[in-house]
Design a protein around this ligand. Structure first.
Ligand code: KG4
Ligand code: ZN
Length: 338
């Protein structure tokens, strides 16, 4: 079965072709980072317009790379939510019209389900059940995953997502956009511990998170006195220590409580090197295997959507698509309800 995947929920346009026997045949992503940089964040209307410009060329690129004619596509999976409404509509309408033209089903996919299943695209994929740590720009969640479509929420952030906290802290330190990778690079030049930042909710005894206080603590430090570049680097390093300590500790505690020895990490913050170091070290001591998607598949892409679509179709869990090309998007959509 060959499934085309379309991702357009935020500021990356992703298109990919997945073959259930041969694996990922091709994938192409266009990032809008340069376009949004001047504004310090994603401008929804610009994002939608750019997705419209990119979808067809990326689709043609994927067909050429995989040497696959359109007629070989068996289904089209697209991100139906959560995300920016206008951005989601561009990918959903492209997917629905192409599906109608080719006479194949269009399968709506939850963006976080795509992230969560993406480590299963690896060479030696983990088996169900496992704990999933989703750390993206919009979500921080710990889920107990027992199969495709079987996701039980154990805890999530009460306010900012981990990626959002990285982005906002980077902005406070004048590091530009997107903040996560910039802050991680800058933190390499700093020493943690010189500034003391809180580890919010580390001892809360549950799997809930809160990152807005951490960001405010950085803001207070920035306002207290004028900081040198070295001070800022030290603050960035301490922020990264605080955020990754809370996330890693809670994810591994969830494995212990659920009695599971596999942890799957997904979402953009999963690319953070310090988070990986911490998880790998502590997981080794606890006898837990940690699985990550390839770094290129940590951030938004079409491959994870094509793959989730194929798994849903194989499991008989794909929502039937309307035959008249109609489609829905769900800008807010809890994963536990899919
Ligand atoms: O999963 P993703 O591409 O998009 C969403 O679905 O949100 O995640 C993007 C988030 C952004 O907040 C970005 O700053 C963060 O992931 N991110 C990182 C790193 N790479 C991306 N955060 C910390 N360290 C990184 N290396
Ligand atoms: Zn994402």
């Amino acid at each position: 079965m060959r499934v085309l995947g379309i991702e357009s929920s935020c500021d990356e346009t992703g298109v990919a072709l997945y073959d259930s026997e041969r694996g990922l045949l091709a994938h192409a992503v266009h990032s809008q980072v340069a376009m949004h940089e001047d504004y310090g964040g994603v401008v929804p209307e610009l994002a939608s317009r750019d997705h419209i410009r990119r979808l067809v060329p990326l689709f043609e690129q994927v067909l050429a790379q995989s040497r696959c004619p359109k007629s070989d596509i068996d289904a089209i999976a697209y991100t139906a939510g959560p995300g920016l409404a206008g951005a989601l509509l561009t990918g959903a309408s492209f997917a629905a019209s192409l599906a109608l033209a080719l006479g194949v089903p269009a399968v709506p996919i939850h963006h976080l389900e795509g992230h969560l299943l993406s480590p299963l695209l690896a060479q030696d994929p983990p088996a169900f059940p496992f704990i999933a740590l989703l750390v993206s720009g919009g979500h921080t969640q710990i889920m107990r995953v027992t199969g495709v479509g079987r996701y039980a929420l154990m805890g999530e952030s009460l306010d900012d997502a981990a990626g959002e906290a990285f982005d906002k802290t980077a902005q406070l330190l004048g590091l530009g956009y997107p903040g996560g990778p910039a802050l991680a690079r800058f933190a390499e030049t700093g020493t943690p511990g010189r500034f003391k930042l809180p580890r919010p909710m580390l001892g809360s005894g549950d799997f809930m998170f809160s990152f807005s206080g951490l960001k405010t603590a950085v803001l207070t430090a920035v306002r207290e006195r004028s900081l040198t570049e070295q001070d800022k680097a030290d603050l960035a390093a301490e922020f990264q220590e605080a955020a990754t300590e809370v996330v890693a500790t809670k994810a591994l505690e969830a494995c212990r409580v659920a009695g599971l020895n596999t942890l799957v990490v997904a979402g953009g913050v999963g690319a953070n090197r310090r988070l990986r170091e911490r998880l790998d070290a502590a997981a080794g001591r606890q006898g837990v295997r940690v699985c990550y998607p390839e770094v290129a598949l940590c951030t938004d892409n079409g491959a994870m959507i094509a793959f989730a679509g194929a798994l849903r179709l194989q499991a008989g869990l794909a929502e039937p698509s309307a035959r008249d090309g109609a489609f829905v998007v769900r800008p807010r959509w809890p994963l536990a309800t899919v």
